[in-house]
Design a protein around this ligand. Sequence first.
Ligand code: DOR
Length: 461
Amino acid sequence: MTSNNNMFETSKTDQKVVDLVIRNGEILTPSGRQQGDIACHEGAVVAVGETGWRGRQEIDARGLTVLPGVMDTQVHFREPGLTHKETLEAGTRGAVLGGVTTIFEMPNTSPLTITREALASKLEIAARYAWCDYGFYIGGCRANIPELAELELLPGCVGIKVFMGSSFGDLLADQDDVLREIVACGHRRMAIHAEDEARLRARRELVERSRAVTDHPHWRDVETALNATKRILAVSETVQRRLHLLHISTAEELELLAAHRHRVSVEVLPHHLTLTAPECYERLGTLAQMNPPVRGRRHQDALWRAVRNGLVDVLGSDHAPHTLEEKAAPYPDSPSGMPGTQTLLPVMLDHVNAGRLSLERLVDLTSAGPARVFGIARKGRVAKGYDADFTLVDLKQRREIERRWIASVSGWSPYEGMEVCGWPMMTVIRGQVVMRDDEVLGTPGGRPVQFAETLRPQPER
Ligand code: DOR
């Protein structure tokens, strides 16, 4: 395509003219770091590392590192129904301010995203207000079993998400017979929140009595997570359903999942890699309360080992905002969840700078990994023919995470006051610069993500 000069206008100096050229950046390509230019046209990459291109728009990326667009495959943007906590507009604005180019959103909204109509309504809102590209999960539950195989293939749908333990909202599939039926419907990779509801109910008394948030990881203990993970593996064994185990938080689950790599992918969260019990509960109180809980050092060390040794496939933020007022309710009546999409990249770049993982590994977790796990079409790498989605970062920039930078309607971050090294300077989506120097540019232009398994023509915008 690029070698065909007729495809592009040619300038007087014989340069091919395209929509956008990003010059002189350090580019994270599939074959390593490369210094040079990226040429983009009509939303796609047409050349990487070649000279001889001129852009109608040119960006000087000297001193910056160009990552493939960061994808956050687990966010709760609360719309419709809970827009006092978050909206698709504010959630995606926070995403692009944090260098995120694509998000996958969860179905525990109100109404629940468990029908064709509910999915259509989210897609309608997103088509008008989303700053970044998006996909939506369909919730799997007893009520929609007969339609699930069809629903998971709808345009804009990521696949099915199942809550085995109640966390926030009414979406629950906690019985093995229901789970067995759900996993037998359809064939796409299925995302699982694995906490054992029966054990949670049986042990709720513990926190009702103590009312101490430091007990959150004792109530929702290792067995709670491990039992559920074992159950979903067993239930899906006969149909060999591919599973995506969300927010894995225990050393014991990692051991188990390693033995099921042929059909299991693994997500971990920056929160679990960064915050540690009991310190975070003492410092942040219920602001640190989330499900599954932030745990102690032994588990965090195991998560880091799994990040480094390749067991972990993706990092999701599990952006789950609640207002400060809601969070101020006395534990355990306070809701679980913390915002996180906007801070995912800065926090992880700080870990890169501290030597906890390589930048290449981070890119695998936030771009190549999501593309591989979910079969995303044309995203996940800086390469010819792929969407021109980039996150330009300054690896040396030191910044404090401040509340005034946070776009979420909930208006806070558990990382306020933390100084990080590494910052997203620019977010480019399909060739459009949507964020530069902490400023969102233009108008919301996000589009539904396409998946290799369900490819259809893109709807006209
Ligand atoms: O802490 C959590 N809050 N974990 C979840 O899985 C759901 C989430 C929410 O929606 O608030």
